[in-house]
Write a protein that binds this ligand. Structure first.
Ligand code: ATP
Ligand code: MG
Length: 542
């Protein structure tokens, strides 16, 4: 896929620009509700909103849709800012729906004065049951014909805090028989005596999303209000509000499909449950689809941007394969991550004819000289992977087995002479011969082993803990009802591994562990060994 790909949204923007329809240029917004951490679905929206503004010389607001004081918190506000910045985008300004609460309130009062809104005193349950269904019209509220004076008085007293939660709401007077349920006298204000994370106790009535969103878009002069497909049915209401208030700008709402990703859930409600019920270690658990989790797993922001570009923007809902994200991560790290040797499941090898010790050397990346070289301590005792030895090797085996040879990466060729087992018959040590004239780069031995394995010096090697994270769910499409049953309780394996010492002082966070995959240094715990999280395996297939 190339950079020239234009989707229907970019085509629309280009048309608008060509027709000089945008008096203030391209202005977009990313409008999260601060009620959870951002996930990779949000990244699609962020890359789209910030991306088009960047491409067409425009600007993007980061706007917090903070109309629901009960579920929102400053922790989420901060995490959202951190994650958008980490993804690589700069906002023109941070705004909040709550910045406009007074204006939104005034628009509602004006609608009441115009006879286009009223105070309804049905309880929430009655409002629901009189709303009708997809096949049947709703019923008019008995409060629909209150006088303007009575409505204004009640609305002002709602604001003043005279009534308890749920006793009254403000509703638009549109059409209870509309085929679109969103148009059946939608609620625009409710009473909620709750402390708001920004406005404190200044308000006890809060505007609803559908009323608020278009007004904020108009105030900020958003040129294209991009949202996900489930809002298509709300567009008539978005337009109705802007057509019926005294505001001289009316942004177009344009919908695109949500991102769905296999083997995970994306709804914040479900992610909350994973965190609250401690099924993961937190919002930034490396198995979470949150940006904080992906970052902690070692996924570079550039790989997420590439992923979002590849999936593109359409109106078709679809679920993307996890393999595509993994592919983008590997592609990103392949050339840039230094490659170190880490033995995940150590098996001791003793080189019977080697004496003393020496320092070998090898490049950090065989194809990328710019990453430099490192020293590799070597002695008569090293570790190799248990998997790199087989007593009875299968056909085409290229690693160690009794009597067979293998090359140690950037070191010598060795031959397995003797196998030492414990009482249970487990292999605990290999005794090998090394060939002094087979040193990498100066090999005159004429020996031709079939394979090369990684290793770490047993004395200089550093104990590290490696967290091998698998997918959190066992099935590609966990359902929102039964997703807790679909969790793979074995999706985390902690390994006590041994790493080559030069990795410890390297400033890089992300490494390829040779022949294993990509791994990322985790936030160091005060005591205990350094921790590395597995980002992705080297090849497809879990
Ligand atoms: P949830 O339903 O999980 O709570 P949301 O859509 O309510 O998510 P918001 O914080 O309101 O979350 O979302 C902010 C923006 O991100 C919205 O414009 C929304 O359309 C967009 N967005 C959320 N999830 C996705 C997704 N999976 N794919 C694309 N865009 C998304
Ligand atoms: Mg929402």
């Amino acid at each position: 896929m190339d950079n020239e790909t234009t989707d229907f949204i970019r085509q629309r923007i280009e048309t608008d620009l060509a027709e000089n329809a945008l008096t203030q240029g391209v202005i977009t917004r990313f409008p999260p509700e601060p009620n959870g951490f951002l996930h990779i679905g949000h990244a699609k929206s962020i890359c789209l909103n910030f991306g088009v503004a960047q491409e067409y010389g425009g600007e993007t607001f980061l706007r917090f849709d903070d109309t629901n004081p009960v579920k929102e918190s400053n922790e989420f506000v901060e995490s959202i800012q951190r994650d958008v910045a980490w993804l690589g985008f700069q906002w023109k300004a941070i705004t909040h729906a709550s910045d406009y609460f007074e204006q939104i309130y005034q628009f509602a009062e004006a609608l009441i004065r115009d006879g286009k809104a009223y105070i309804c005193s049905l309880n929430p349950e009655q409002i629901r049951t009189t709303r009708g269904t997809l096949t049947e019209p709703g019923e008019n509220s008995p409060y629909r014909d209150r006088t303007v004076e009575e409505n204004l008085d009640l609305f002002q007293r709602m604001r003043a805090g005279e009534f308890p939660d749920g006793s009254h709401v403000a509703r638009l007077k549109i059409d209870m028989a509309s085929p679109n349920l969103n148009m059946r006298d939608p609620v625009i204000y409710r009473i909620r005596h709750a402390t708001h994370q920004r406005t404190g106790d200044a308000w006890c009535i809060y505007p609803m999303y559908d009323f608020t969103h278009g007004i904020c878009d108009a105030i900020e002069h958003i040129s294209h209000s991009l949202c996900t497909l489930e809002f298509a049915d709300h567009r008539p209401l978005y337009d109705w509000v802007l057509d019926n208030i005294a505001i001289n700008y009316h942004p177009p709402q344009i919908e695109f499909s949500r991102l769905g990703l296999e083997y995970t859930v994306m709804s914040k409600r479900l992610l909350h449950r994973l965190v609250d019920e401690q099924l993961v270690s937190g919002w930034d658990d490396p198995r979470m689809p949150t940006l904080a989790g992906l970052r902690r797993r070692g996924v570079p922001a550039s790989a997420i941007r590439e992923f979002c570009q590849r999936i593109g923007v359409t109106k078709q809902d679809n679920v993307i394969e996890m393999n595509l994200l993994d592919f983008c991560i590997r592609q990103d790290l392949e050339a840039s991550a230094p490659r170190g040797m880490v033995v995940l499941n150590p098996l001791k090898v003793v080189l019977s004819n080697y004496e003393g010790s020496e320092t070998l050397d090898g490049p950090w990346h065989a194809q990328n000289d710019t990453l430099g070289r490192r020293e590799l301590p070597f002695s008569a005792e090293i570790f190799i992977e248990q998997d790199d030895y087989a007593v009875e090797p299968p056909a085409k085996w290229k690693r160690l087995s009794p009597g067979q040879m293998v090359r140690l990466r950037y070191a010598y060729i060795i031959r397995c002479d003797e196998v030492i087992e414990d009482e249970q018959g487990r292999v605990v040590q290999l005794n090998c011969t090394y060939f002094a004239d087979s040193k990498s780069g100066q090999d005159t031995s004429g020996l031709k082993p079939k394979g090369v394995v990684h290793w770490v010096d047993a004395h200089a090697g550093v104990p590290v803990r490696v967290m091998d994270y698998g997918r959190l769910f066992k099935v590609p499409n966990p359902s929102s009802q039964t997703f807790l049953d679909d969790i793979d309780t074995e999706s985390l394996t902690a390994l006590e591994a041994v790493a080559e010492p030069a990795m410890m002082n390297h400033e890089a966070q992300r490494f390829q562990f040779e022949r294993q995959g990509y791994f990322c240094k985790d936030v160091a715990s005060a005591d205990g060994p350094p921790v590395f999280n597995k980002t992705v395996s080297l090849r497809e297939g879990f």
